[in-house]
Design a binder for this molecule. Structure first.
Ligand code: HAM
Length: 423
């Protein structure tokens, strides 16, 4: 039996890769002073449907059902409504701005394709209670550094910046009334045939050619202060203006952005923007805080790591440096199993990842297992106990020593290896 379409099993090697992403995301978020939050997987349907802040597209992708208590519920398709709900409930308890991040799984009934699944993981970071350009820059620089953390450079990815305000001014000048619908059409401008786009735009008195002209002009006046912030941090080469980005979610009010691989062969790695009205709308005006944030998905990022040799090598090295066992205790004489067990326990207490044979096995086989597990050291317990043999598996160097001298030997050899690898 297989998992449902769009869902994944995580075997140990998949979990290791997922852990690599989560660890990297958390490390960088903390470097930026963000703290971790989470919410429930299941939410009341009302959170998504009442004001339809996220828009029709995501509403149509909800896994929704009635639970056994007759409640209308939905599996979370994104973090932003949950985050807004949580902030509204306890807004006074926190100093502003809030800098919160999360790593969580989400569910969308999408057509399954490359980079799109029905259950996926996202890192989200949101800065709430600060409407400044400095906050915008902080959020975008965090996206840049999250991607750099995995070994990507400015030649591998780019953040495309846009601003819904520029579009709203453009549409206002043309007396377009239904801006929400037109923004949703613009969102598809790169993906839909010109003919069908024109058919949808004509009731609003617009043509694709006109929109493309506006995109080509780029409206640099909307971005000058923000670009200065990237200049100051030496990150200007990671961003480009691209007004064709408007984002599919309806709650964005101003700056919006997406991260793409330079080859543009994949879907967006990350997307976000400013949503200054969402909290006020969801709280019926009682909590009015500006906000900016973004989400990075694990699927596209994972694909890009696989397809980018230097990023893949970085991941492979990180995973190899974290084997399931660092030390394998080889029991050469099974009559010494009791002593071997006491050693295993002492090593584990000291923090070493330690494994050993559960049953009597030939010594050669035990060494084979040690290699397969990626262990750095083998400690051989035999009838010379309390004298043991300690081996560094990569170099085959070995020492014969009393078991109570082992801690010192391990510390010394661990340090030696670290010095070697950093030189
Ligand atoms: P989003 O653009 O819907 O934004 O998702 C952000 C990222 O999550 C996408 O760029 C993509 O990498 C990944 N993603 C989305 N849907 C899927 C899927 N079906 N399969 C795999 N990956 C997917 C949001 O969700 C906003 N809530 C982000 C945000 C936070 N805006 C403000 N704060």
């Amino acid at each position: 039996m297989r998992p449902l379409p769009g869902f994944r099993d995580f075997y140990p090697e998949d979990c290791a890769r997922r852990g690599y992403l989560l660890d990297g995301w958390r490390r960088v978020a903390r470097r930026y002073g963000f703290v971790e939050m989470d919410g429930p997987v299941l939410e009341s349907m009302e959170l998504y449907a009442k004001k339809n802040e996220s828009g029709a597209e995501i509403l149509g992708q909800l896994y929704q059902f009635t639970d056994r208590g007759e409640r209308d519920v939905a599996m979370r398709p994104e973090m932003t409504p949950t985050l807004a709900r949580m902030v509204i409930a306890k807004e006074r308890a926190y100093r502003k701005p809030l800098k919160w991040f999360s790593t969580a799984n989400f569910f969308r009934y999408e057509r399954q394709q490359k980079g799109r699944l029905r259950e996926f993981i996202q890192f989200n970071a949101d800065l709430i209670g600060d409407g400044s350009t400095a906050a915008d820059a902080e959020a975008i620089c965090l996206v840049i550094d999250l991607l750099r953390e995995f070994g990507f450079t400015k030649d591998d990815f780019v953040i495309r910046l846009s601003d819904r305000k520029a579009w709203l001014d453009f549409l206002g000048a043309r007396a377009v009334a239904d801006t929400k619908t037109v923004l949703a059409i613009i969102d598809k401008i790169e993906r839909e045939p010109e003919e069908s786009l024109n058919a949808k735009l004509s009731p609003h008195g617009l043509t694709v050619a006109e929109l493309r002209e506006f995109i080509a002009a780029g409206s640099p006046e909307y971005f000058a202060p923000l670009l200065e912030q990237f200049e100051a941090r030496g990150l200007r080469d990671f961003v480009e203006i691209d007004l064709s980005i408007v984002r599919g979610l309806a709650y964005y009010t101003g700056l919006v952005f997406e991260a793409f691989d330079r080859g543009k062969s994949m879907r967006a790695l990350a997307g976000g923007g400013r949503y200054d009205d969402l909290l006020a709308d969801l709280s019926d005006g009682t909590v009015n805080l500006p906000a900016i944030g973004f989400g990075v998905g694990d699927v596209v990022l994972g694909n890009l790591i696989e397809e980018t040799p230097h990023a893949f090598a970085k991941m492979a090295a990180a995973l190899a440096a974290s084997p399931s066992a660092e030390i394998y205790v080889v029991i050469a004489d099974d009559s010494r199993r009791r002593e071997a067990l006491s050693l295993v326990q002492a090593l584990r207490d000291a923090g070493w990842r330690t494994d050993f044979p559960l049953d009597s096995v030939k010594v050669g086989k035990q060494f084979q297992t040690a290699e397969q597990l990626g262990a750095r050291f083998a400690i051989v317990v035999g009838n010379e106990w309390p004298i043991v043999k300690a081996k560094t598996l990569a170099t085959r160097a070995e020492a014969t020593l009393a078991q109570d001298a082992l801690a010192g030997w391990l510390a010394k050899n661990k340090d030696c290896q670290q010095t070697d690898s950093s030189s």
